[in-house]
Design a protein around this ligand. Sequence first.
Ligand code: XLS
Ligand code: NI
Ligand code: NI
Length: 491
Amino acid sequence: MVDPRGRRGGFGIDFVVTLRPMVGYAWEVKGSHPATPNATDRTTLQIHRPPTQIMSSHFPDVPKIAFEGPKSKNPLSYKHYNPAEVVEGKTMAEHLRFSIVYWHTICGQGADMFGGPTALRPWEAGLSGIDLAKARVPVFFEIAEKLGMPYYAFHDRDVAPHGRTLRESNEYLDTITALLKEQQQRTGIKLLWGTAQLFVHPRFMHGAATSPNAETFAFAAAQVKKALEVTHALGGAGYTFWGGREGYSTLWNTDMKRELEHLAKFLHMAVDYAKEIGFKGQFYIEPKPKEPTKHQYDSDAAACLNFLREYDLLPYLKLNLETNHATLAGHSMQHEMEVAGAAGALGSIDANTGDLLLGWDTDQFPTDIYLTTQCMLVALKYGGFTTGGVNFDSKVRRESIDPVDLFHAHIGGMDAFARGLKIAAAIRADGRLADFVKERYSSWDSGLGASIEAGKESFASLEKIMLEKGEAAACKSGRQEFLENLINEFV
Ligand code: XLS
Ligand code: NI
Ligand code: NI
């Protein structure tokens, strides 16, 4: 997600825009009155009929996207994603488990911290609150269905609006959950994961589970309880915790240790409640180093793993890694996936990419074949995605204002991942890369190395050997350029 989430008035300009379209996270607040949910500033677009009743399709010019192969010049076709094609013994669809997100795809309207919405969707005209939420459901599923997406993901407050009270919010959510269920049954599209939005409302200004306000913690707990019930009712394969505002802006006012203990307690309560209701989906924690707070507790894969281990949560949670979050943390996505994979905690990925020249969480669609190749190499190495998938937590650019851009964007991301999968499989089948790495560590396979790995040596015994030899064997070249050329044979 992006830097401008929920902020208004950069350069002192007071934008009169809703927070919802600015951020893609549902929170309909007009102007400077954030305590009055469900207002809308879209009255100028008022028309007197809900468009959903008029049109059976919102994208009459977009066919069901089919695989046409690399030679096709049809922009509304897959050149590489052929769901039925078998790679390493599984179909592409089974490997990639693509997922489309509700918050960017159907709620995002291109606003940023310097300007309001640019993409005014025709199906939203004149609608607000629960009516708007209802109207979005079939449109979202039409997009997902035309793309052949097997999965989707949502936050509670993306699909349904904030109510005036928790009870009212829950009622809205129940109304929309019924519609989601209907659409799931109609299309066969499944829920990859659900989550609760615990960062837009002012009550979460200091965090949710890490708030200094115990009642904020309680509210967040109630909200996650409901989100878990809804995820369970929709047959969700997982449930994600992204930290939202779980972090701090200044240590002068923060009891870090206490906040971390509260976060752990919160996650344990979630695990307990899942057991209670029989929810067997996989829990994920999604690292991100900054935005919205200066320091987020779940800053990267290593920090998350350390936290999960310290608080006995590692058996219950895996990681959901996002590319743009990795780069914000100063890591590559390949690094983050490798860290998680090595710990047996590689769960799912939020597939997107940042812009290195911008440096915030731009959530762009991934089109870089090197990136997708690296992702799929690590995924295949650790046994692939089982509960998780390739979830496009990505949004079209502010200037891409046409509904059809939503299709171009997802097609590009899916084709990039399909190519990454095929290239990764070819690199693995070729074997030279793996052989090189194996050979590089061959001094550990026998003799001294094997003896150290087996725990048979000590500082004293190793000193004895080296005093006798006087010098270690010469190091060999790392051959980085050779390997980069090798990868380019496949890309
Ligand atoms: C924000 C995150 C968020 C999670 C779900 O930056 O990417 O969108 O994926 O809460
Ligand atoms: Ni992001
Ligand atoms: Ni994400």
